[in-house]
Design a binder for this molecule. Structure first.
Ligand SMILES: Cc1ncc(COP(=O)(O)O)c(C=O)c1O
Length: 421
């Protein structure tokens, strides 16, 4: 598309946007009395207006029914979480039975490692990306130590090439092939939190499996952002948080995918709890664990309904819109922002560079040369909420549900003024 850096053009794009009405479905903070330009849906998604209703329903059921709410609430609590499997499976490209919702992301990755990191003999190494999200690094290190290995030896990181800002798929594949039968697990962030790169999850999964390893993905920055086909790609397991692009609220529950082939197994290594045992016999309180025939076998505790309710509310939006349409808008919105940034760079003579490669979701990571942090603070003063990552990067994530094309244009004007000052 031929973009233009004018208010009229941006407004024209908004008029043509079939998803423009969804902007009103969300509550956006005000800065200086005006709606902020919110670029941090990659960190914490905005609150959908309908969330309140879902939470109130639970509060009212709790008040009116107390313990009876487990079975008598209209959305009974004992199987409340099951309602999320179907809509979530559509978001991540899985079968509904491969999905469950529980705990939080790092907790789930640990639990999944119990099942999918099974070091034995020479096959004990884990491949990940260099500078993975810190929680993932701590998780991997502690898992490796737990199994009695030295992280220095067991964890192999794929590096970016000298002078480049992104990873190359061929370098990841080559590392996998080099490790061969020493490789126990590939676990990478599907969309990198820092540079916004989308890894070629299909290719990498294939290569990992060819090497005889398990392959899992941390989809914190991918779920609800890019198109995923976890089942078709034959991914073994994945987990994601729900508070970023999935708009479920701060620190909220995590989604989990476990490939169907591992369902119904009694002998798979797994930490177990009563919510993972078959629901038909769960309340007979018998000592034998009979796994649920689906991903729910990994559930431990009864579900935190007040957390799951906002996630269900948000998923109704995804159901209405569908990932294809969301992604279609996202692609144009981010391309427009990139175009605007290039216009600004030309006008203020290149004070920054976009380090996000073309394989991306909605996020653009911008490396600011010089007084970056001042720019970040000044943007905030003028009503633009971005986020800062050391040493000098701001991340901009225009999200298709609630960012408009006009905001991209207005952001460009603000940035140009700030840099010119
Ligand atoms: C890529 C990635 N992995 C893991 C986490 C940790 O998530 P949690 O605090 O929900 O465990 C985050 C949080 O932002 C993340 O971005």
């Amino acid at each position: 598309m031929d973009f233009r850096n004018t208010l009229e053009f941006s407004q024209q794009l908004d008029r043509e946007d079939p998803l423009s009405s969804y902007r009103d479905e969300f509550i956006c903070p005000l800065i200086n009395g005006k709606r902020a330009i919110y670029f941090t849906g990659n960190s914490l998604g905005l609150q959908p207006k309908r969330t309140q209703e879902y939470v109130n329903e639970v509060m009212n059921d709790w008040a009116g029914l107390a313990v009876e709410g487990h079975f008598k609430a209209e959305k009974a609590w004992w199987d409340y979480h099951e309602r999320l499997a179907e809509p979530l499976s559509a978001v991540v490209g899985a079968l509904p039975e491969e999905i469950t919702v529980m705990n939080t992301l790092t907790v789930n990755l640990h639990l999944l490692m119990v099942s999918f990191y099974r070091p034995e003999g020479k096959r004990f190494k884990i491949l990940c990306e260099e500078k993975a999200f810190p929680s993932d690094q701590y998780m991997l290190n502690s898992q490796v130590r737990f199994h009695g290995y030295d992280p220095e030896e067991a964890i192999v990181e794929v590096a970016k090439r000298e002078g480049e800002h992104h990873w190359r798929t061929e370098d990841v594949i080559q590392k996998i092939e080099e490790l061969g039968d020493e490789l126990a697990l590939v676990l990478i962030g599907g969309v990198n939190y820092y540079n916004g790169q989308v890894f070629d999850m299909e290719e990498i999964t294939r290569a990992g499996k060819r090497a005889g390893a398990f392959v899992g993905w941390d989809l914190a920055h991918a779920a609800g952002n890019v198109l995923l086909k976890l089942h078709d790609w034959d991914v073994d397991f994945a987990a994601w948080c729900s508070y970023k692009y999935m708009n479920s609220g701060p620190g909220n529950v995590s989604g989990v995918y476990i490939h169907k082939r591992y369902h119904g197994m009694k002998d798979i290594p797994r930490f177990e709890g009563w919510w993972g045992t078959r629901k038909e016999s769960r309340f007979l309180m018998e000592p034998e664990f009979e796994p649920m025939p689906n991903a729910e076998a990994w559930q431990l505790s009864n579900a935190p309904i007040l957390s799951v309710a906002p996630y269900l509310a948000s998923l109704t939006l995804f159901e209405e819109v569908g990932m294809e349409r969301l992604r279609a808008k996202s692609t144009i919105l981010t391309a427009y922002l990139e175009f605007i940034m290039k216009e600004v760079a030309r006008d203020v003579k290149g004070n920054f560079e976009i380090i996000t490669p073309k394989e991306r979701g909605c996020q653009l990571s911008v490396f600011l040369h010089g007084e970056g942090k001042q720019v970040f603070h000044e943007l905030m003063n003028r009503g633009v909420i971005t986020d800062w990552r050391e040493p000098n990067v701001i991340r901009l994530a225009p999200t298709p549900f609630y960012n408009s094309f006009e905001e991209m244009y207005r952001f460009g004007e603000l940035l140009k003024n700030i840099l010119a000052e």
